[in-house]
Ligand binder design. Structure first.
Ligand SMILES: [Zn+2]
Length: 361
């Protein structure tokens, strides 16, 4: 069964009509020809919520045009994403821009302040709770704010494209990538997301099938819920991609080049993109293929030592790395479950049982 956006909106008990939910929209009134910033309030009026407003930078062109929505720091400990966004927005000349670039420099300020993937206030992963709840936890209210005040705007403020900037986090190495969901019920949205990803110049382009009906029926906050920013954009009828890069390995430069290529592609700035093919272009079939934490989980805890490197081509059964005990004896050998390309492996580190030890696509 294939589901359209309209059907999924009805299925998801948490989806609101944004016209009834939009409150304040300061970014929509940003003056043309200028770069401005402000703190966008998260819905709710308790003291902690008031301290966790969203740092937003708007670069508004003089001429009307597309609205490019860029979000970073959904996981506050993924610093390259925040740095790349700050620098890309600083480098833009608003007088040479058509349309508007709206950057939420850090979405989960609470997780940023605690150097963590999840918010300290509620232990929740922002990238699993869209479309959020107006009266929920802090993280659910952040999601609600992004869903309605940003993605939920009507034309001419409706975003043309969402890019959610991430990294693999401090413990993983990985290929810089532009990823997107393939929605069997929305082929034209899926096609746009593929085209956008192929324009970025990022070395890996990865599409994965996604069952929005599964997300709509899932518990908010569950790791496998699929309630990501991409799903939020789907609910809003907006194409969306997410980017990943490796923590501390120079992803900022690839991200900044990618963002500048996207603005050319969308006609927001003059110029032409020189052809830049991805090193690998992979589309994975089957719901859940894009959930990285489900790949190659270690059954035991211990000290991980990688054997395979990012971009290695492996065959099913090849060794990706080994988990050792504290005497240096191997406790588990992690072997590739399929033929493919290694796109991420952990750095040397202690692993809990259940941690994923490499992604092979
Ligand atoms: Zn992330």
């Amino acid at each position: 069964m294939e589901f359209s956006i309209a059907t999924i909106r009805q299925q998801d008990p948490w989806y609101c009509d944004p016209e009834t939910a939009i409150r304040l929209s300061t970014w929509t009134e940003a003056p043309g020809g200028l770069r401005t910033h402000y703190e966008h309030p998260v819905v709710g009026d308790d003291p902690l919520t008031k301290e966790r407003g969203l740092p937003v930078t708007v670069v508004a062109g003089v001429e009307d045009g597309p609205v490019l929505l860029l979000i970073a720091g959904e996981h506050g400990n993924e610093y390259e994403s925040i740095i790349a966004l700050q620098e890309a927005l600083r480098a833009l000349d608003p007088t040479a821009l058509r349309g508007k670039v709206v950057g939420v420099n850090c979405c989960s300020v609470d997780s940023y302040l605690y150097q963590s993937r999840v918010a300290n206030a509620d232990g929740q992963n922002l990238a699993r709770v869209y479309p959020g709840k107006a009266d929920g936890t802090l993280t659910e209210r952040v999601a609600f704010t992004l869903q309605n005040d940003f993605l939920g705007q009507a034309a001419p403020h409706k975003p043309t494209l969402l890019v959610a900037l991430h990294t693999f986090g401090p413990r993983l190495m990985g290929a810089t990538l532009s990823g997107y969901n393939i929605y069997p019920g929305e082929p034209s949205l899926s096609r746009t997301q593929r085209q956008v990803s192929l324009q970025t110049g990022l070395p890996l382009v990865w599409g994965h099938e996604f069952d929005a009906s599964h997300a709509a029926a899932s518990v908010m906050g569950h790791e496998a819920s699929g309630r990501t920013a991409l799903y939020a954009a789907f609910l809003a009828g907006i194409p969306a991609v997410y980017w990943e890069t490796a923590w501390g390995m120079g992803g900022e430069a690839e991200y900044m080049r990618g963002l500048s290529r996207l603005m050319v592609h969308l006609g927001m700035v003059d110029g032409e993109n020189a052809p830049l093919e991805p090193r690998e272009f992979i589309e994975s079939v089957g719901h859940g293929a894009g959930l990285m934490s489900s790949h190659n989980q270690s059954p035991v805890a211990g000290l991980w030592r990688p054997t395979a490197a990012v971009w290695d081509r492996v065959r099913q059964g090849d060794l990706l790395g080994t988990v050792y005990d504290l005497y240096g004896d191997p406790a588990h050998e992690m072997r590739a479950q399929r033929d493919g390309v290694v796109i991420s492996v952990p750095k040397n580190q202690y692993l809990d049982a259940g941690t994923h030890c490499g992604i092979v696509l």
